[in-house]
Design a protein around this ligand. Structure first.
Ligand code: ACM
Length: 261
């Protein structure tokens, strides 16, 4: 199967142009799954919860309708991050395919000022069956908690879809370890550019990437330009959890020896 990460440079609050930017990439490239960044339609650097509320959409809102129609046109799956308006405001990701909504994920580990705007995710780390394998989602800062990727792997995910708006430098290299320790693929779609709003300046580090269960960087984009990265992956590699003849990354866990709290 072919997976693609779309690296964007969104214009804050310009949902129309941000959607057009990704529609261009998705219309020109073939992939079975496209991964887009966190909050790809609005931009990231919100000033307050009122502003988030003004841009947040329901899971079936206008951005979903656009992505659903694109998924049908391209016979592909699309995973994207957006501000979700539900009982509360969530930093969420949707996986949509030609048949409609496949899954919703709400960011469990909120980063920095996101805690002022969003409620922490309450759906756990669900895993979804696609025709070519099992996938799950995590969003950006979830990477720093190994439990996120581990929960997805324990749920059977072969491929982690990882919409991001990374500002710290460590994640692209850390995801190599996440893939190695779980023997899964991961596709991290990040953004580039700077957002300066309300006296807060954030620069995003790019380096969107696709990593294999052996920790190989199958594709990594640069740190300043938008673009798209694709890789053809053999999903069956993620079903082999054997590290050596004697070591299995799941079966060798010594859960009775671990401290969870
Ligand atoms: C992040 O979680 N957007 C850094």
């Amino acid at each position: 199967m072919r997976v693609a990460v779309v690296q964007t440079n969104p214009v804050f609050a310009n949902v129309k142009s941000n959607l057009e930017e990704v529609c261009g990439y998705i219309s020109r490239e073939h992939a079975d799954v496209f991964v887009l960044p966190e909050l790809f339609n609005t931009g990231y650097n919100f000033i307050d919860a009122e502003e988030v509320a003004a841009f947040a959409e329901t899971a079936d809102g206008p951005t979903y309708q656009k992505m659903f129609s694109l998924a049908k046109d391209r016979a592909s799956y699309i995973c994207y991050g957006f501000a979700e308006k539900a009982d509360r405001l969530y930093n969420s990701a949707i996986l949509v395919g030609p048949e409609g909504l496949v899954g919703l994920y709400r960011k469990v580990h909120l980063f920095s000022r996101e805690k002022l705007f969003f409620a922490p995710g309450d759906l756990g780390f669900p895993v979804f069956d696609l025709p070519f394998g099992k996938v799950g989602m995590m969003i950006c800062f979830d990477w720093i908690f190994p439990e996120s990727a581990r929960s997805l792997a324990l749920g059977g995910a072969d491929l982690i879809l990882h919409p991001s708006n990374l500002v710290l430098p460590h994640c692209p290299d850390a995801m190599i370890t996440r893939c190695l320790e779980n023997r899964v693929f991961a596709a991290t779609a990040n953004r580039v550019g700077t957002e300066s709003r309300g006296g807060i300046v954030l620069s995003f580090i790019g380096k969107s990437e696709i990593i294999s269960p052996r920790g190989e960087i199958l594709h990594r984009l640069g740190d300043s330009q938008p673009g798209i990265g694709v890789a053809d992956i053999d999903i069956s590699l993620a079903r082999n959890k054997q590290v050596t003849e004697f070591n299995h990354v799941m079966d060798d866990r010594r859960t009775a020896q671990y401290r969870l709290t």
